[in-house]
Ligand binder design. Structure first.
Ligand SMILES: Cc1ncc(COP(=O)(O)O)c(C=O)c1O
Length: 304
């Protein structure tokens, strides 16, 4: 695989960053996880925009424009054969850079480190016809809120999420739900969460959870399809009285939740609303997205 690293495409084995890189030292960086399906990159513009916003909130200046990064991501996909691959994953990552250890050197670092790592395969189930069914538990972990690390920043600090995942696995489940400091359930360890009750969709607000790109798409399509949607606090009551619960992410699309804390979700799993929204999403994913093409070739053809 070829990895984009600070201006060059290098073989995976040569794609190394210094041990004093800030993401390694402090988790001081941010990233995106982008799905590739049927030779197309899904929601590319939105991922690039979110990466730039995360970096701005962390006061990291990316060494290129949004348009340039978009080109580099498409090139990474093309150079790794993703135009011919049924599915894949692209991970642009940025860290503050490397330099002397110690927070007081934060302003004296070299340029930010910018990496795009590709991975072939693995997303076939997410965008297939069958809906994944997962079990969830409410973990003991509290997601940092806007007063500490704003949930909209997709930062390299995933420790709470990783520990929530381990807790879910220890309890024999797939998804570890995180709460806020008032006890509301805000999201899964790598997914946004939705409750369906009386044909109405409930999901926690963006101030509480990652402003998920799939979440936004699902809210838009649900509204277009005539479902009422509310961005509200979700408590144990909402989960226990739900007709359906599902979760969303770029990498899993929409997955149904069959039980929470060992209590089965009341309605059929996957429920009818989950099915409709998932079908809508998968149909979109099969048709849309940014085509993986040879950008250099395309530019020279356009120039005549
Ligand atoms: C904590 C968390 N919440 C939600 C999501 C879903 O976001 P998106 O739909 O943008 O992939 C992710 C994705 O990685 C995540 O890590």
């Amino acid at each position: 695989m070829l990895v984009y690293l600070n201006g060059d495409f290098v073989d995976e084995k040569d794609a190394v960053v210094p041990v004093t890189d800030r993401s390694f030292l402090y988790g001081d960086g941010c990233f995106e996880g982008i799905a590739v399906f049927n030779g197309r990159i899904l929601h590319l513009g939105e991922h690039v925009e979110r990466l730039f916003r995360s970096a701005a909130a962390l006061r990291i200046n990316l060494p290129m424009s949004e348009a340039q990064l978009t080109t580099r991501i498409v090139q990474t996909a093309f150079l790794n054969g993703m135009d011919r691959s049924p599915s894949g994953y692209l991970r642009p990552m940025v860290s503050r850079g490397s330099g002397r250890m110690g927070l007081k050197y934060s302003e004296e670092l070299k340029d930010p480190t910018l990496v795009i790592v590709p991975q072939l395969g693995g997303r076939e189930i997410a965008y297939g016809t069958e809906i994944p069914v997962l079990t969830a538990v409410t973990t003991s972990f509290v997601r940092p809120g806007p007063a500490s690390l704003d949930p909209r920043i997709k930062s390299h600090n995933y420790l709470v999420n990783i520990l929530a995942y381990f807790e879910a696995r220890d309890r024999g489940c797939d998804v570890g739900l995180l709460r806020d400091d008032r006890g509301h359930v805000v999201e899964g360890h790598v997914t946004n969460i939705f409750v369906v009750r009386d044909n109405k969709l409930l999901t926690p607000p963006e101030s509480a959870a990652l402003a998920g790109i799939t979440r936004r798409f699902v809210l838009q399509s649900a509204r277009t399809l005539g479902y009422e949607c509310c961005e509200v606090d979700i408590g144990p009551y909402d989960l226990q009285t739900a007709d359906e619960v599902f979760c969303t992410s770029s990498l899993e699309a929409l997955a149904a939740i069959s039980s929470i804390d060992g209590i089965p979700v009341q309605g059929p799993v996957p429920g009818p609303v989950t099915r409709v929204l998932r079908e809508h999403y998968v149909a979109w994913a099969r048709e849309t997205g940014t085509e993986v093409v040879d950008i250099a070739e395309k530019a020279s053809r356009a120039a005549g």
